[in-house]
Design a protein around this ligand. Structure first.
Ligand SMILES: [Zn+2]
Length: 408
């Protein structure tokens, strides 16, 4: 299979869900056909709103429940609708799509449909009370008071003439409350958007299905590695920037190296020991600490000394106008909110990390002077490529501040 080829037929080291996302979002950029087909089908949900063709009236007569699209959630009881194959597939796609949409404000939340909504469940099932809908109660806002609290059963009865019992009402409110809790949002008024977010997103697509595809392939959760990093380093990291920096890396060897580092699948002694290749899980440089990625590249005393030397040379001898104060985030992910770098500096840091990793494999302590030679060799190679690509002037400009780094 395609995956087997990519992973050299060993077990997937990055989950497939992540692999299908674009590199900018932390994946490896393999398209997924089913999501693509579903995205195309969603165009027809958009057409139900925007098209004036005769078929729209036909579908309204044939499937009256479809006209409730703007009052119900996206998990319509498709089987009960007895749709033809085509529309059946369209609404299956709509259901998938609705699951991926997350509300992000209290206005969006209050506009959420109560019925046929996967996220609001009583007894593990979504609900649909026809008599409520007939009385125009279908979104969360409809049962809120001005201060954002839910109406009591009596207030509800007073406002709407709906024949329902207290238990049903309270069960429904509880289900909504536990959904609200999961969103992490709070409601303190009864203002809401005019439309369900899922439909708003669908109608906002002007042309084609690209927007829908992007939503369908996005994972509700960040890649697993991101959470692990955040716990390990006890800080928030801007993952968009991290992955954008990876996209900019031109050399495939370095790009793959940085992907493995960020995805935490770079072979450390801990990983190698787990695979039975290495017995020792301690750092190859200091022999004291556990050989974790953050240790090899930043926390180890020998590596710290290496970075200090690099930093001193850059700050004293490179007239790049940057004041470099290296930290763990700059080293590992290539950026930090407090630091504005340039592409050449990013590349130098990346080459330095790659150099450190090579030292680790050979079990040599990284020496800054040896790195200077390594950088010079890389520089000469880039210069050669720039010459044959007729971009020598650009190249000289990019490297003008960093020549001193290579003079040991
Ligand atoms: Zn160490």
């Amino acid at each position: 299979t395609m995956y087997g080829f990519l992973w050299n037929r060993k077990q997937d080291r990055i989950s497939r869900k992540i692999a299908i996302k674009s590199i900018a979002k932390g994946g490896l950029g393999i398209p997924k056909l089913r999501d693509y087909i579903n995205a195309l089908k969603l165009i027809w949900v958009r057409k139900l709103k925007t098209s004036d063709h005769k078929w729209k009236n036909i579908i309204k007569v044939t499937y009256p429940k479809v006209t409730l699209l703007e009052q119900l959630g996206s998990s319509l009881p498709i089987e009960e609708l007895h749709l033809n194959k085509f529309w059946n597939d369209v609404f299956q796609a709509y259901k998938q799509f609705g699951r991926k949409i997350k509300v992000e404000s209290s206005d969006e939340l209050a506009a959420e449909p109560i019925f046929c909504n996967d996220k609001i469940q009583v007894g593990n099932r979504s609900i649909c009370y026809k008599n409520w809908i007939d009385n125009k109660v279908f979104c969360i806002k409809n049962i809120l008071k001005e201060n954002g609290a839910f109406m009591t059963f009596n207030q509800f009865k007073e406002k709407y003439e709906i024949n329902t019992d207290c238990i049903t009402y309270i069960g429904c409110v509880q289900a909504i409350k536990s959904y609200i809790l999961k969103t992490g949002l709070t409601i303190d008024n009864n203002m809401s958007n005019h439309m369900i977010k899922t439909l708003k997103v669908i109608y906002s697509g002007q042309k084609g299905a690209r927007l829908y595809y992007e939503v369908l392939i996005q994972d509700a959760n960040k890649p697993k590695c991101c959470e692990k990093w955040e716990t390990k380093l006890n800080t928030d990291i801007n993952w968009n920037t991290s992955f954008k920096k990876i996209q900019k890396i031109r050399e495939i060897k370095l790009k793959w190296f940085q992907i493995r580092l960020v995805q935490r699948i770079l072979a450390t002694n801990v990983v190698l020991a787990h695979m039975g290749v290495e017995k020792d899980v301690t750092c190859s440089f200091c022999g004291k600490e556990r050989d974790a990625i953050e240790h090899i590249f930043w926390r180890c005393e020998h590596v710290k000394r290496f970075w200090e030397q690099l930093q001193t040379v850059v700050n004293n001898a490179c007239a790049n106008g940057l004041f470099v104060n290296l930290n763990e985030s700059i080293i590992l992910f290539g950026h930090d909110c407090s630091f504005k770098s340039d592409d050449t500096f990013d590349l130098i840091i990346l080459l330095a990390k790659f150099f450190i990793y090579k030292c680790k494999v050979k079990k040599n302590i990284p020496q800054f002077n040896l790195f200077r030679n390594y950088l010079k060799t890389a520089f000469e190679a880039y210069k050669y490529i720039a010459t044959i690509n007729m971009s020598y002037d650009k190249f000289t400009k990019e490297w003008q501040f960093y020549q001193t780094l290579m003079e040991s």
